[in-house]
Design a protein around this ligand. Sequence first.
Ligand SMILES: [Zn+2]
Ligand SMILES: [Zn+2]
Length: 153
Amino acid sequence: MKANCWIAPNNVAVEEVPDPQILNPRDAIVRITSSAICGSDLHLLQGYIPAMKKGDVLGHEFMGEIVELGKDVRDGLHIGDRVVIPFPIACGDCSSCQRGLYSICENSNPNAAIAELAMGHSPAGVFGYSHLMGGYAGGQAQYARVPFATSAP
Ligand SMILES: [Zn+2]
Ligand SMILES: [Zn+2]
C-alpha cells in the first residue's frame, strides 16, 4: 500500500510499504477513506518529538471501512462497517480505561518506560506519533491496523 512516511526532519514522502496484517485477536484492519493532517504532525515534521524513525507512517486521526477483523473482536463490529479511529490506542480493560482515562491506557504503549523518561508519565500508544507512543503505523495511508478495535474510546 501507499503511506505518508516520515523520512527525516522536514522531509516526508508517500512510499510503498507492506500492507498491515492482523497481529492480535482484537485487531481490525481498516481501509482508510479520510485522514487528517494535524497541527501536531508539525511537531513530528519539524523534529521536536524524539524517537521517530525513517519510514514511520504518519497520521493519528482517520476514518474508514473495516476490511478484516481478529477472531476476538467483540461488540458487533462487522466487515464493511464505517468507523472513526481516535488517536489513543486503549485496551478498555486496565484501571485507567475502566475510569474512562483512555489516553493513559496502561497496556497499549510497549515503550512506556521510554516515554516516562522523556515526560515523567507515559501516555497510551498513539497512532503515527513516534516510538515514544508505541511506534504504531498511522492513518495517512491506504490501510491501518487498529489494535483493541472494540474498546476504542
Ligand atoms: Zn492531532
Ligand atoms: Zn487500557
